[in-house]
Design a protein around this ligand. Structure first.
Ligand code: GDP
Ligand code: MG
Length: 844
């Protein structure tokens, strides 16, 4: 048996003329005066009744629209509720005018007293063509709902049943905690904390309610004896809200309450006849229309993306240039011979790492600008409303959709965009799965692998399939997280629809700046640290003894180079014994060797150049100087023609068979022909020198450098980890080189391709590298290539994402769950794909 209170007190509240007195009389059998004009019941009336053996004390409060301190009726109602603390408040609503009547309900909810909502005048509502989804509405508002027809006594017993059930704690009825918006909640939290620390009045009033009333400038509450701190915080908060949102707190808070009502009614109340009135409702008829709503939303999102990623590209380019310039300048000014490790840490580690994060600032700024405008106008609430139904099916909230969409650009701003989600569980789920939306930085990986392994016709479908797999995994994981980790609380939420308003410039800028600053601060702290760690991993331990004697190999190549040069002698009328040509080339070689130990601004740099010129000049003056002079002159001409051709192709990004390309190619050939005609023998020799001797030699030297780099990479911790995890990666079809590149990918997904280039000894590579593709084809099957891409998509998001998840979730726990969980999922999925591919013989 449940513990029964011998007597419970209920208070009837409601707007004037909602039928309170009529219901009071039906309940108590008393005959109060029933009037149909406002203000008849100024004094509260008492009555008694018995229902199912429970004594009920009933109080009829004066009719009010609100609970402010503006009128006597409102104060009487408020004082009774606060001072006498009835067990249950019964709010009588005129169902034919539900939105306006619910306003009082939103304020009653703030008082923390169980609430039963009565939809009276349900006959009139029906006549007006209003239909209620009572179950949903009750769920959305967090209170039981009873429908009645007061003057006919219909539903009176149900009211009493509900009251008793609530009073006995069988039915939850505390209403919802109203979210008043980011800016206001922040101020409320401030003031609330101060109130709690002073511990005054809090026995009687809830601190949150007091804070709201102070912000609303409630006359009665303001007259209480507040400390200067609280008054100052209130004034500052109110000013701040006014500056950011463009209206006083009372108005904004009222808007938010109407937003909750509007959102709840949009979902659970259907008007079949009556037209809706306000301009916000009119706009909503279009923007949240069942048919038009989604297409409009997608167009809006397309515009936002365009703005974020297309316009952002320009300033992103500037920032990239700035960081490259900074890195180069530091290398340039670095004193020769002093600690080059420190330089490498500064340039490759810190500037490279932090720069890679700061580079996203323009995107982030623009994205948040668009979001701030959409939020501040009220459109974002509608967008979320439109997506809600769809998102609920996968266990998420409508508002999760925006971060997920943003995730296709970059996970970092996407995770920050989860801030619009007020419910923590929804927010965490969204944060954890956002990295599965394949971000822009992963695209280079796909564009490297797909053309290398798949025929033209398959390329687009494979890319599409990869994106689709990301989305599907996200959907499944969201469901799983909801069922396993974030149990319950997936119940319906009110999607607030506050009235549209024109955003203030200051408000938009403040919101954009708050978020951008958070991002920048992260770049300066967490990312800085991780960058240094990543740099150290790929630098230490340093290799001192190499597997190959690179110096000897390079010396051999240089010797071969000079003897090849000497073999050109007969072609330009030099005796085969003559050394002028070789000496001249050696002078050039010596010059470039010597210059490497100087900065261009140092004297030695210029001196080396002078020395070379003097030597060559002397050689030209010698007996056999004439052919050499011609050789050098023509070489200079040919080199500059080729150079000009190549740079204009590159600068204008010309396609190989475009008209412009062909024209330039023609011009080049004409110019070269003219030179050939003037001196065919020397021309032929120069071309032979450049193409058959010089370029292959340069390439060989570059390869040696890369081989050194590759050896160092293999020797470093990152390389060893790659080797170490190779047995684990083997079943996925990966080798250690992929493992090492994956470590780089953790720093930033873009790094994967560059790192792969390094371990494959190709030096600087990008996703367009055909040489790298050739090597990859040797090592992998199309199946393995597909698996590599899937693994890159799903596994550990980049460190910037982990860092931002840590920051936004407030704990490393979630960041680590994201890191470990996604990697595990990636592993299992890739393993299944690879092994079944092998079994079925697909793509091998
Ligand atoms: P109060 O101001 O909230 O106390 O409202 P009253 O009890 O004085 O009722 C106002 C008017 O509404 C009276 O004329 C009632 O007869 C009428 N009324 C009360 N309940 C209903 C109802 O459910 N349907 C209809 N059509 N009229 C009602
Ligand atoms: Mg009355």
């Amino acid at each position: 048996m449940s513990l029964r209170k011998s007597k419970i007190t209920i208070a009837l509240a409601g707007n004037p003329n909602s039928g309170k007195t009529t219901i009071f009389n039906k309940i108590t059998g008393e005959r109060q005066h029933v009037g149909n004009y406002a203000g008849v019941t100024v004094e509260k009336e008492d009555g008694e009744c018995q229902h199912n053996g429970v004594d009920i004390h009933v109080v009829d409060l004066p009719g009010t629209y609100s609970l402010t301190a503006f009128s006597l009726e409102e104060l009487i109602a408020r004082h009774f509720i606060i001072d006498d603390k009835p067990d249950v408040i019964v709010d009588i609503l005129d169902a034919s005018n539900i939105e306006r009547n619910l306003y009082l309900a939103t304020q009653l909810m703030e008082l923390n007293i169980p609430l039963v909502l009565v939809l009276n005048m349900s006959d009139t509502a029906k006549l007006h063509g209003i239909e209620f989804d009572l179950k949903l509405l009750s769920e959305l508002l967090g209170a039981p709902i009873v429908t009645t027809i007061g003057h006919k006594g219909k539903g009176i017993d149900e009211i009493l049943d509900a009251v008793i059930s609530v009073a006995e704690g069988k039915t939850g009825a505390h209403g919802i905690k109203m979210n008043l918006g980011r800016d206001i909640e922040k101020q409320i939290n401030n003031i609330q904390a101060l109130i709690e620390s002073e511990n005054k009045l809090v026995e009687k009033y809830s601190p949150r309610w007091l804070a709201i009333k102070l912000l609303e400038n409630d006359e009665e509450i303001h007259q209480e004896d507040w400390s200067d701190d609280i008054l100052a915080a209130t004034e500052k908060g109110a000013k701040r809200i006014e500056a950011v949102l463009g209206d006083s707190p009372e108005i904004i808070i009222a808007d938010r309450r109407y937003g909750v009502i509007s959102g709840a009614c949009q979902e659970a109340v259907r008007l079949t006849v009556e037209a809706r009135h306000t301009y916000s409702d009119k706009i909503d008829e279009v923007l949240t229309n069942r048919i038009l709503g989604l297409p409009i939303f997608f167009v809006m999102m397309y515009i936002v993306f365009q703005l974020t990623f297309a316009f952002g590209e320009i300033p992103v380019g500037w920032i990239e240039t700035c960081f490259a310039f900074l890195g180069n300048s530091i290398s340039y000014l670095w004193p020769n011979g002093s600690d080059s490790l420190l330089l490498s840490m500064l340039v490759d580690g810190i500037i490279g790492g932090v720069g890679g994060v700061i580079v996203f600032v323009p995107n982030i700024f623009l994205l948040f600008l668009a979001i701030a405008i959409l939020e501040d106008t009220g459109y974002m609430a509608r967008a979320a409303f439109n997506m809600d139904r769809l998102m609920h099916k996968i266990g998420l909230h409508g508002k999760s959709f925006i971060p997920m969409l943003v995730g296709f650009g970059c996970s970092v701003p996407a995770i920050m965009a989860t801030r619009t989600l007020e419910n923590r569980k929804d927010r965490l789920i969204t944060m954890l799965i956002v990295p599965l939306m394949s971000c822009g930085a992963r695209l280079p990986i796909y564009t490297l692998f797909i053309p290398a392994f798949f025929p033209q016709a398959w390329q687009a479908p494979v890319l599409w399939l990869i994106y689709l797999i990301g989305i599907l995994v996200a959907v499944v994981l969201a469901k799983l997280l909801r069922v396993l980790v974030f149990k319950g609380e997936s119940s319906a939420f009110v999607m607030e629809l506050p009235p549209y308003r024109i955003p203030t410039l200051k408000g938009v800028l403040v919101h954009v700046w708050e978020r951008t600053w958070l991002y920048l601060r992260k770049a300066g702290t967490i990312i800085l640290g991780i960058s240094i760690v990543m740099w150290a991993l790929s630098t230490f331990p340093q290799k001192t003894v190499y597997d190959f004697d690179h110096d000897a190999i390079s010396e051999q190549a240089t010797n071969d180079y000079f003897s090849a040069v000497k073999s050109l002698n007969p072609l330009i009328d030099l005796s085969s014994e003559s050394t002028v040509l070789v000496d001249a080339i050696r002078a050039e070689y010596d010059m470039s060797q010597e210059q490497q130990s100087y900065h261009p601004f140092e004297d030695g740099f210029k001196l080396a150049y002078q020395k070379q010129n003097e030597t060559i000049e002397q050689l030209i003056q010698s007996e056999e100087g004439k052919p050499l002079e011609n050789f050098i002159k023509i070489r200079k001409k040919i080199s500059s023609i080729r150079y000009n051709f190549e740079t204009s192709i590159e600068n204008n990004e010309l396609e190989k068979d475009s008209t412009q390309y062909l024209l330039l190619d023609q011009d080049k050939d004409h110019a070269l022909d003219a030179i050939e005609k003037s001196n065919p023998a020397i021309y032929q020799t120069v071309v032979k020198y450049l193409d058959d001797i010089k370029y292959p030699y340069d390439e060989k030297i570059a390869k040696i450098d890369q081989a050194i780099h590759s050896e160092e990479m293999t020797y470093s911790i990152a390389g060893r980890i790659g080797k170490g995890i190779e047995p684990v990666l083997k079943p996925l079809g990966f080798n250690w080189k992929i493992g090492t590149a994956l470590i780089g990918a953790f720093a930033a997904k873009e790094v994967f391709v560059a790192q792969l280039g390094i371990v494959y000894s190709l030096g600087e590579t990008n996703e367009q590298s055909n040489a790298l593709r050739k090597k990859l084809r040797k090592d992998f099957t199309p199946l393995a290539a597909f698996c590599i891409m899937i693994f890159c998509l799903i596994s550990a998001p980049c460190m910037a994402t982990i860092a931002i998840t840590r920051q936004e979730s407030g704990s490393w726990k979630w960041a680590m769950l994201q890191l470990g969980g996604l990697t595990l999922v990636a592993y299992i999925l890739t393993l299944v794909i690879y092994q079944s591919g092998l079994l079925l013989g697909i793509g091998i």
